[in-house]
Design a protein around this ligand. Sequence first.
Ligand code: SAM
Length: 399
Amino acid sequence: MPQDNHNYPVEQCPLTLWRYPKQDVRSSLQAWDSADILLAETALPILTQSNASTLVVNDQFGAISLHLQSVTSVPISFYSDSKIAHLAYQQNLQLNSDNSAKTDLTINPLGSSLNDLNKITAEQIYLIKIPKNLDFLEAILDKIHQVAADDAQVIAAAKATEINNKVIKLFNRYFKQVDVSLAVKKSRTISASGKQPSPYSSYSYWKTWQLDNGLTIYNAPNVFSRSSLDMGAAFFLPHLPAKPQDFQPTQTHVFDLACGNGVLSAYIANSFQQNNCAGELVIHLFDESYMAIESAVKTLEANDLSKVKIKTYWNDCLADVEQKADWIVCNPPFHQQKTITDHIAMQMFNQSKVCLAEGGKLSIVGNAHLGYGKRLNEIFAASQLVAQDKRFVVLTAND
Ligand code: SAM
């Protein structure tokens, strides 16, 4: 039964909004939540009255930005670390621009569209969809505190259950005046203004930790497993390409698909150098998080893995990639934001099949209960179980 889950429920802006990639018409998932609507509706009268330049931070599928762009001509800009959020915004902008004759909707142009937190500049109003990751929230507040004028205003929103004492404390660390609203449809806003003169915090953009072999792993605030090695990755490391016979005599292309902080790449590059393997190693780093790409590059550069060439792709899985790979290594995600899903892993496996060079191989690690072995068998000519314990499996697949 199709669901009415893509018609944005705000009368003044009859937008059609889909997640990215588009959810099934029978799916109950939506491209917005009540906090997005509350944030846009709370900000609107302030924006209209002041005509103030506004940056929307962490809009997940474009709902907040497009809501505002369709009811005000105030200059709106967009920052998100996530490629999926940028693609969702563009998809929904296109869809609603195409529909505009039918819906009588004018979508005013967007100002800048940013993926690098360090490029955020002074705006008068910042609208933040509060991320679950508090290190990322602190990075955002710290950056705004650095660049904004004293009279800048911050309005943030999330589900009421996510606005806890730790979140409020972070806002208080950076701003003098912090007000939490009453709950509206199970969401709340936090309004903050008046910069604290010198916030006291142990926060630092980079967090590092070390592998047993001495490699230092660099982690930006929004990267997966920022504080320690992921257990799946730990189980995977001994099964990554490492020996001279794992590499081609001339050039080997390894894709680190969903690279995060680059821990898998660093391990492979280090083995390649330590074991004096022949030829050249080119590591291709893929992630939809800009901070992941930034972290993986920093990890490889800081560990003096200089014999290895690096290429980066801030990308949705392997979409539109023409390069062929000898090895694809992947510790796939099994949720998109707060939703548990296997669609990203499936997309990664299907696209890996297309990207493998002749004789190439995909190696993955996954939670044993996810049944990835069966899925790989459906896609590839052959798959092998390489290692297994109570929690994880390492599998390879090839054609
Ligand atoms: N390789 C790292 C490790 O083993 O610790 C990180 C693995 S983590 C389980 C999964 C990674 O997938 C995250 O860094 C996340 O940003 C990335 N990711 C999620 N969806 C993606 C997509 N559609 N395209 C590319 N990367 C994605």
